[in-house]
Ligand binder design. Structure first.
Ligand code: 3HC
Length: 692
């Protein structure tokens, strides 16, 4: 074995040169790998004993793409497109031998090889679009030549991988290897030599792009304008694939490169790359060592079979973990179980799960009305409605029923987890697991660390969250924790804005255009305006109360801030409500004025950022990027804007501070800047500087 660089070495198996890449954890194509590949091919070509080359990786995966950590720094030669052109030109056949994931530049490396073999579990994808980029090392030019423009567009614009079976069917790979990959790849290479199989350079393939249906490009553009509204990269991907069809290979490559660099230098990709690492950083809690011993969670108990409890139950069941679901009354339990089954039936009818899985999943749920049945649960999650006394009563019962060491969690969105923990003789085993609705769909989970929660309990919660495919962010105890506490700021401002002179449609348009999936008033209609409305103590103080008193509860009864046609979720204007808002605000003494879109945006966003700064100061969250992960996953913040804290850095903290001070002078102490924000501005620092 000859080491070519730190990350690449060359070995020989008879007449086959084995070019091994070893760059943990994911064999990203950093400088040492690129240099090693270029020089390795050079050496193999010169070596008369070598007649074919296998490119293969050590460790858990084939190359997962370019090294994202190098992006934004001055690029160092050799550049990946040049290395891959060298692959193309090699006079000896190159066989890519793939396991794990051939992603991004990794798949592009395979596409520049002359043959591709893989183990059955391998996956293939061009996920660059998820980083706000397009494949920039020939992927947009070679993939359509190999599998046709339509399939290439689907892979490149979604970024989603395909499995080995599909790759074989589509002609992306030549063979699936059973057993040892290296051995199988050598066998394949020897066969290529003995049969004298012609070397296939994907760049020279023309058949699949010869008669393109130009309609597919327009169809993709239209579809993406809806599905990926506001994102630049998906449209650029379509342009680049179209260039593959319209231009000679070299011109197409040059076009791809130009668009790649344009995206790389733009703010959307910067935000999405930042977010990629932010999402991985959340798992790191400074005082929780990586090797903390965790508990095995085999049986879970869920209390409450309502919307939240049902959704929470489904998460565990989907991961193959048995759940005992407790409800106070049999009819409520039956209803809850019925809803879960209906959800699985819908998934089966859409082909998302196999029909036989419906029963299998339902079999993992044991419904009961007896809390005593939770005696052997390893983790219990209480998901009853928000009432402190009820929760306290449940926790003191659980304390008596549950086995020693069982973790007791509350799904409260606001209440004091320390107070709940204090009801038990084991506050060290108590924490909050704040799921977001619908709990079986939303990826965000706030893990609320109470004063006495121990490190193994916290580490176990993080581990189980990963098992049920949640993105878990650890936060501390305060009213609303991190997400809802920040969200409350926007809600308050929106309610004020419509009294001062804006109307729901204007506020919604501004927030929608910023990139949120819907505006705050359309969202209120969706969630239900009557949520938290106290009918008996209502005194028409807020617009929301006025709407509730008029029986306008939102989408659920077809009228809220907007009107809804029967069975439709699309809001239509409600002039009667606009008039009511105007009248209500006048009665309250407001002199309505025209409010600019810019003011609406700043009034909605700046207080979120300011509250985030307070949360960081109080150490409720570990780092600013954790708050961004919460907002992207729980509140629809557009990922191409990174999250509120990243966005604040982009806008400039001095500008945010200036804006808050101006609003403070005009509207009062709700806008009082957080000391941390003042401090960062005075030191010329950013939130990013706190992201350790
Ligand atoms: N560059 C640098 N680091 C990377 C990386 C990459 N392309 N891909 C993953 N990593 C790092 C992660 O940050 C993480 O580091 P950490 O342990 O310090 O947090 C570590 O590798 C392991 O990653 P995951 O935690 O994500 O491990 P999983 O096993 O869950 O997933 C994976 C592995 C499926 C490969 C996943 O990491 C992934 O999807 N990676 C991104 C792949 C990608 O986007 N590739 C395209 C890059 S852009 C490109 O290639 C441009 C080209 O067209 C020119």
């Amino acid at each position: 074995m000859v080491a070519i660089t730190e990350a690449v070495s060359l070995d020989k198996h008879g007449e086959i040169g084995m070019l091994w890449i070893d760059n943990p954890p994911v064999n990203a194509l950093g400088h040492s790998v690129r240099k090693g590949l270029a020089e390795g091919i050079e050496q193999a070509e010169k070596d008369d004993q070598i007649r074919a080359v296998v490119v293969i990786c050590k460790g858990r995966t084939f190359c997962a793409g370019a090294d994202i950590r190098e992006f934004g720094k001055p690029p160092k030669a050799p550049h990946l497109p040049d290395v891959l052109n060298r692959f193309d030109q090699c006079q000896k056949p190159i066989i890519a031998a793939i396991h794990g994931t051939a992603f991004g530049g990794g798949l592009e490396t395979a596409l520049s090889s002359h043959f591709r073999v893989a183990v059955a579990s391998a996956r293939f994808g061009l996920p660059e679009v998820k980083l706000g980029l397009l494949p920039g090392a020939g992927g947009t030019q070679r993939l359509p030549r190999l599998i046709g423009p339509e399939k290439a567009l689907a892979m490149i614009t979604s970024g989603n991988p395909i499995g080995a079976d599909k790759a074989l069917e589509d002609g992306l790979i030549h063979e699936i290897i059973d057993g040892d990959l290296a051995e199988g790849a050598v066998g394949f290479a020897n066969q290529v030599l003995s049969e004298n199989r012609p070397m296939v350079r994907v760049r020279d393939m023309t058949e699949k792009i010869a008669q393109p249906d130009s309609q597919i490009f327009d169809d993709f553009r239209k579809q993406l304008a809806r599905r990926a509204r506001g994102f630049e990269a998906p449209q650029a991907c379509v342009d680049a694939v179209e260039a593959a069809v319209a231009k000679p290979f070299e011109d197409g490559l040059a076009y791809e490169r130009q668009r790649f660099e344009q995206l790389m230098n733009g703010s959307q990709s910067a935000a999405q790359r930042y977010y990629f690492f932010a999402e991985r950083q959340v798992a790191r809690i400074p005082d929780v060592p990586k090797d903390t011993a965790t508990m095995d969670i085999k049986k879970v108990g869920v209390i409450g079979a309502g919307t939240m409890g049902g959704g929470i139950t489904m998460n565990f069941v989907n991961a193959g973990i048995a759940v005992t679901l407790v409800e106070a009354k049999q009819e409520l339990l039956d209803r809850g179980l019925g809803v879960i089954r209906k959800n699985y039936d819908i998934s089966a009818s859409k082909g998302k799960i196999a029909a036989e899985d419906v029963d299998k999943r339902m079999d993992l749920i044991t419904g009961t009305t007896r809390m005593e049945d939770l005696a052997d649960a390893d983790l219990v999650i209480e998901a009853v409605y928000e009432n402190m006394n009820l929760k306290k009563e449940i926790f003191s019962k659980l304390d008596k029923i549950c086995k020693d060491g069982a973790i007791l969690a509350t799904n409260t969105s606001y209440l004091d987890v320390n107070e709940i923990a204090a009801q038990t003789s084991r506050p060290e085993s108590v924490l909050g697991l704040h799921f977001f609705s619908p709990a079986n769909v939303m990826r965000l989970l706030e893990i609320v660390r109470a004063e006495k929660t121990t490190i193994p309990v916290l580490a176990t919660a993080m581990e189980i969250a990963k098992k049920i495919k949640k993105i878990a962010v650890v936060v501390g105890v305060c009213y609303g924790f991190a997400g809802n506490r920040m969200f409350a700021q926007r809600k308050r401002e929106c309610e004020k804005l419509i009294l001062e002179g804006a109307l729901p449609a204007q506020v919604d348009r501004v927030i929608y255009d910023f990139g949120f999936p819907m505006g705050p008033f359309a969202l209120a209609d969706l969630i239900g305006i009557d949520l938290g409305w106290d009918k008996d103590n209502s005194n028409s103080r807020t617009m929301q109360e006025v709407l509730c008193e008029q029986g306008r509860f939102g989408q659920k009864n077809g009228k809220g801030y907007y009107n809804y046609e029967q069975g439709s979720r699309a809001p239509t204007p409600a002039p009667e409500i606009d008039a009511l808002i105007v009248e209500f605000s006048r009665k309250k003494g407001y002199i309505r004025r025209e409010i600019s879109d810019e003011e609406i945006l700043q009034r909605c966003i700046y207080p979120i950022i300011n509250e985030g700064a307070k949360i960081l100061e109080e150490k409720i969250a570990v780092r600013p990027s954790d708050l961004d992960v919460i907002w992207v996953n729980g509140y629809g913040w557009p990922v191409y804007r990174g999250g509120p804290m990243f966005y604040a850095d982009l806008v400039g903290l001095d500008k945010i501070l200036g804006g808050l001070k101006k609003f403070q002078a005009e509207h009062g102490e709700d806008f009082k800047p957080a000391p941390l924000l003042e401090q960062l501005v005075s030191e010329g620092k950013t939130f990013g500087s706190l992201n350790a």
